[in-house]
Design a binder for this molecule. Structure first.
Ligand code: PGA
Length: 224
């Protein structure tokens, strides 16, 4: 199984998001053994789910989740609010770790709550911190998540990491995560380089950010 995860980040108005879904629906054909996941901003989960639900092998993710259960946590969006529409959640993205000061322990708390809610965490890791980021989880948790390896300098730079270096890091990561845990790669993936990164041994998919904003490019990546 391959996973193609589009991360819209903090982009698009609701109208633009609806246009994206409209165009993408007209282009998309499901591909065998490929799970497509679209990580939407919170306000668009419910308005877009109806149309996305009609498409085969498409799932919705959140781009984050509260590290707390329901309760007095102003502004927080918890798993019980989104689990009926989103089966996945991105967590620990380097932008969240950098700009929102999220810690490994908070990310681990999110993993616990997501798994309790029946959602699959897609945990982003980066070097040289990956070992500590992964060590915050239990071996049982590590078996149930997807790991997204995203080198910091490759994110949004137009310069993906050299495929040989990605392969080496993936090999290193498997020294401390279970062999069945999928690892996907993210960082300047686009419609022309996707096939190269999908071809790397032990890479189970891709996490395009910028390129997922264009339905045409995102569809090309799925079929790379
Ligand atoms: P990018 O973003 O594809 O725009 O580099 C990837 C990500 O940060 O998830």
């Amino acid at each position: 199984m391959k996973f193609i995860v589009g991360n819209w980040k903090s982009n698009k108005t609701l109208t633009e998001a609806q246009e994206w879904v409209h165009t993408f629906s007209s282009l998309y054909h499901p591909k065998a053994e490929t799970q497509v996941i679209i990580a939407l901003p919170f306000p668009y989960l419910f308005p877009l789910q109806q149309d996305l639900k009609k498409l085969t092998n498409i799932a919705i993710a959140t781009q984050d989740i509260s590290p707390f259960p329901p309760g007095a946590y102003t502004g927080a969006v918890n798993t019980s609010m989104v689990k009926e529409v989103a089966s996945y959640a991105l967590i620990g993205h380097s932008e969240r770790r950098e700009y929102f000061h999220e810690t490994n322990q908070e990310v681990a708390n999110k993993v616990t709550l997501l798994l309790e809610a029946g959602m699959t965490p897609i945990m982003c890791v980066d070097e040289p911190y990956a070992k500590a980021q992964v060590a915050a989880l239990t071996p049982e948790q590590l078996e149930k998540i997807i790991i997204a390896y995203e080198p910091l300098e490759a994110i949004g730079s137009g310069q993906p990491q050299d495929p040989a270096d990605v392969a080496r890091t993936v090999e290193t990561l498997y020294q401390f995560i279970p062999t069945q845990t999928p690892i996907i790669y993210g960082g300047s993936i686009n419609d022309t380089n996707a096939h190269i990164y999908l071809g790397i041994e032990h890479i189970s998919g891709l996490l395009p950010g910028g390129a997922s904003l264009d339905p045409q490019k995102f569809n090309h990546i799925i079929h790379a």
